[in-house]
Write a protein that binds this ligand. Structure first.
Ligand code: FE2
Ligand code: FE2
Length: 175
C-alpha cells in the first residue's frame, strides 16, 4: 500500500524523501503499465519498445531502493497523483478506442508523456540532492534512471516519424 497522507514538509531533505517515495511508487506502477502496453500494442516495433523499457523500469525500481539504502531509510511508496491520472487516461482511451492502430498511436503519445514526466521528476530530485549536498551514492542512480528515460523518449520519438509507421498514419488520417 502507498501512503496517502503527507505530514508536514519543513525542509529539503523531507521534500526529497517525499518525491523519492512518489517516484518509487511511480516506477512500480509503470512496470505494470509498460507490460500491459507491450501485450496490447499490435505494432511489433512498439510492443518490443514497451517490453524493453518495462525491463529497464524494473531496474529503475531497484536503483531507487539503492537510494533509500544510501539514505539509511526503508523503501517507501507514496501515492503519485500524476501517474495515477495517466493510468486513468490510458484506461479511458482503451475503452473508447476500437481501432488497433489508433490505440497504438494513443499508447505512443502516452508513453512519450510519461517519459518526459519521469525525466523532469529525476531532474528535480537531482537539483535537491545537489542543494542538500548528497554524495554520488545517491545522485548516480538518479542520473542513470534519468538517462534511460531520456533514451526511451528518443526512441519513442523516432518511432513516431519512422517509415514503418507511415502506412499506419496514412490509414488513420482522413484523406
Ligand atoms: Fe523509469
Ligand atoms: Fe520510463
Amino acid at each position: 500500500m502507498a501512503t496517502t497522507n503527507v505530514d508536514r514538509i519543513d525542509d529539503f531533505e523531507e521534500l526529497f524523501h517525499h518525491k523519492l517515495a512518489q517516484m518509487y511508487y511511480a516506477e512500480q506502477e509503470l512496470v505494470e503499465t509498460m507490460d500491459e502496453m507491450a501485450i496490447n500494442a499490435t505494432n511489433e516495433r512498439m510492443s518490443e519498445g514497451f517490453a524493453d523499457h518495462r525491463d529497464e523500469t524494473r531496474t529503475h525500481v531497484q536503483r531507487l531502493e539503492d537510494v533509500f539504502a544510501a539514505l539509511d531509510q526503508p523503501a517507501e511508496r507514496r501515492e503519485n497523483p500524476v501517474v495515477d491520472a495517466l493510468e486513468q487516461e490510458r484506461m479511458t482511451l482503451e475503452d473508447a478506442i476500437n481501432d488497433d492502430d489508433m490505440l497504438d498511436m494513443a499508447y505512443l503519445n502516452a508513453a512519450m508523456m510519461t517519459e518526459r514526466i519521469e525525466m523532469t521528476a529525476y531532474e528535480g530530485l537531482t537539483t535537491m540532492a545537489n542543494k542538500i549536498g548528497y554524495d554520488d551514492e545517491i545522485k548516480k542512480p538518479l542520473k542513470s534512471n534519468h538517462d534511460e528515460e531520456e533514451s526511451a523518449y528518443r526512441e519513442l520519438s523516432a518511432m513516431e516519424t519512422a517509415s514503418d509507421m507511415k502506412s499506419l498514419w496514412d490509414r488513420l488520417t482522413p484523406s
